[in-house]
Design a protein around this ligand. Structure first.
Ligand SMILES: Nc1ncnc2c1ncn2[C@@H]1O[C@H](COP(=O)(O)OP(=O)(O)O)[C@@H](O)[C@H]1O
Ligand SMILES: [Mg+2]
Length: 345
């Protein structure tokens, strides 16, 4: 829930960046900057929104956040506990702003987070939205998300790691640093591993620059737990742990419908039924990755649809161009391979 209305007419000194309309841009898996907020370059004056001191009413503040949260609700199927945690954090930030305006000082809230869950459960997507929320509420200057993995942070030889880590941190300043599979930074079996050096620098920055950088560590829950157990310094700096559950078959179907709708495709009734059976089988196979597997499956079905349409005589109708038919689903190897085979297509 959003916080209650503040006492009449309090104005909050704080700037809201220009409204965003684009859907979350896909995160660059190779660890580079994903612009979330439109402040990047185009609006030099919005570069330091929090420091602009533009007067914004609490109502404006709340409206800005409500819009992001509504979009989160609309764009992401399920994830009820995740959405409610994101809402809690947004509320905390709104209240922190309002308290400051009333001279009720406190340390700024600690915002480093961990996102745990299996692949394809929406961690990167929610991190993008979180970056946007932090920006809208003035807790980040730029609102961008930098995705990094061990390879972006850790070097191969002595003296290589510190500059690499610092470079990534520098790019992430003013936004959110998302470290995917963070536990790979720590390799206790290798005594001379440079990951420890990266962790040390990271720790320092998480502490010293917490007003200008939010770090989100992501990965499988069990490995993350072990990582925290061996790195209490990191654990103690993470204020918010958010768990991303696997999707149910129903949710995966809704995700498929939503993805198709966004691409202006849809399932025929028979294809939809076939896809439910596809999911049943695919979920039991190795390398199943929740919503990501759904996206990949849809890509292959579009490919089969295209092959089918170009093989038939004449120009396909608009209806045909939109429709995924049962045949496009049923040609999948998922229906012919056993559950123990390698990733099916
Ligand atoms: N709840 C959801 N509703 C709709 N699409 C989703 C949902 N969760 C994930 N996706 C989509 O699935 C894909 C993988 O999600 P991602 O955030 O990269 O997962 P993770 O980072 O946990 O591996 C993305 O294309 C994303 O948009
Ligand atoms: Mg991810």
């Amino acid at each position: 829930m959003m916080p209650p209305s503040p006492p009449g007419g309090v104005r909050v000194p704080f700037g809201i960046p220009p409204a965003q309309t684009d859907a979350a841009s896909p995160a660059d898996p190779n660890g580079h900057t994903v612009p979330v907020a439109s402040s990047a370059g185009a609006h030099p004056s919005a570069d330091h929104p929090a420091k602009e001191n533009r007067e914004v009413t609490p109502e404006e503040l709340r409206a800005a956040i409500d819009e992001v949260l509504a979009r989160l609700d609309r764009d992401l199927v399920g994830l009820v506990p995740v959405k409610s945690r994101v809402r809690d954090i947004a509320s905390l930030l709104v209240v922190d702003r309002l308290r400051r305006a009333q001279g009720l000082s406190a340390d700024p809230p600690s915002l480093h987070m961990s996102f745990t869950g299996n692949p394809g459960t929406g961690k990167t997507t929610v991190a993008l939205r979180m970056a946007e929320i932090l920006h809208r509420l003035g807790y980040s200057r730029k609102g961008h998300l930098v995705v990094a993995t061990r390879d972006d942070l850790v070097g191969q030889y002595i003296g290589h790691t510190a500059p690499k880590t610092k470079d990534v941190l520098k790019r992430a300043m003013g936004g959110v640093l998302f470290i995917d599979e963070a536990y790979y930074l720590y390799r206790p079996e290798n005594e001379r591993d440079y990951g420890a050096e990266a962790i040390e620098i990271l720790l320092q920055v998480m502490e010293d620059n917490r007003d200008d950088l939010v770090v989100i560590l992501a990965g499988y829950a069990d490995r993350m737990e072990r990582f925290f157990a061996s790195n209490p310094g990191i654990k103690s700096r993470i204020a918010h742990h958010i768990d991303f559950p696997d999707y149910t078959p129903d949710e995966l179907m809704q995700i498929a419908d939503l993805m198709l709708e966004k691409m202006m495709y849809r399932f025929s009734p028979a294809a939809r039924e076939a896809f439910a059976r596809y999911l049943q089988r695919r979920m039991r196979q190795p390398h199943f990755a929740n919503a990501r597997s759904v996206r990949n499956a849809l890509d292959r079905m579009r490919l089969r649809q295209a092959t089918r349409l170009t093989a038939q005589p004449g120009t396909p109708s608009r209806e045909e161009l939109m429709m995924i038919e049962a045949a496009d689903v049923l040609a999948s190897r998922v229906f012919t391979t056993s559950p123990t085979d390698v990733e099916a297509t």
